[in-house]
Design a protein around this ligand. Structure first.
Ligand SMILES: [Zn+2]
Ligand SMILES: [Zn+2]
Length: 236
């Protein structure tokens, strides 16, 4: 179910003009309505699933409906609502688990405790097939996602950016009108703000981002209107 916001509609119209071959659909999963993204190359139908937090029956139905060949699961960070469906889905589809950055290992190791904390069914600890680091590149068919390490919400959080489509999958770093929580272990508010201003903003004001929860927006919109990270206004 795509999220209906004017930003998404604009982006959708843009992609309909047919210039781009990176596509995505959002499937909200878990009681936290986490924005799991199915991302694919329209030329090859190869796909990646970003943050399969749960409800894997919904994800499998959508993949089938779209006629996609999933080649990998990608994780932005180690929180349960983002990773809870990962191990069973990877086993079913026989695909690797890529990410997050290794500094989130303690979150993945602590999944049984996270399940208890959030009242979720027991989720076993797992390790990804491959950790991600700043500067890594992920290939989906003929498309690329750039990996950017953005600590603050969690120490091993990464975001995934496609330059052609000007789309970023930012997990819980940035939301429309908000930023990620920093009161978890190894979270840090200033580090998060530095990640947003120092690593997200340089990607461009015209970048549409898919946050981990809630509606899409653009970096440009947030630089104007987000009370946590808007550019400083001159004092006159
Ligand atoms: Zn999170
Ligand atoms: Zn989240």
């Amino acid at each position: 179910m795509p999220i209906s916001t004017s930003t998404y509609q604009e982006w959708y119209q843009f992609r309909k003009r047919g210039r781009m071959s990176l596509q995505f659909e959002i499937v909200p999963v878990t009681p936290f309505q986490q924005n799991c993204s199915i991302v694919w190359c329209d030329e090859t139908k190869d796909a990646a699933i970003v943050d399969p937090g749960g409800d894997i029956h919904l994800l499998k139905a959508k993949i089938q409906q779209l006629g996609l060949d999933v080649t990998q699961l990608l994780l932005t960070h180690g929180h349960l609502d983002h990773v809870g469906g990962t191990a069973p889905l990877a086993a079913e589809l026989d695909v690797p688990i890529i990410g997050p950055h290794k500094d989130d290992a303690f979150w993945l190791e602590g999944l049984p405790r996270q399940s208890e904390m959030f009242g979720f069914p027991l989720t076993e600890a797992f390790a990804p097939t491959q950790w991600l680091a700043e500067g890594d590149e992920i290939t989906i068919g003929n498309q690329k996602l750039q990996v950017i390490h953005t600590p603050g919400h969690t120490p091993g959080h990464v975001i995934l950016f496609n330059d052609d489509a000007k789309v970023a999958f930012v997990g819980d770093v940035l939301f429309k009108g908000g930023v990620g929580r920093t009161d978890f272990p190894q979270g840090d508010y200033q580090t998060l703000i530095d990640s947003i201003k120092g690593k997200l903003w340089p990607l461009g004001n015209d970048v549409t981002f898919v946050p981990g929860h809630g509606p899409l927006s653009t970096f440009g919109n947030e630089r104007v209107s987000n009370p946590f990270v808007a550019d400083e206004m001159p004092l006159y």
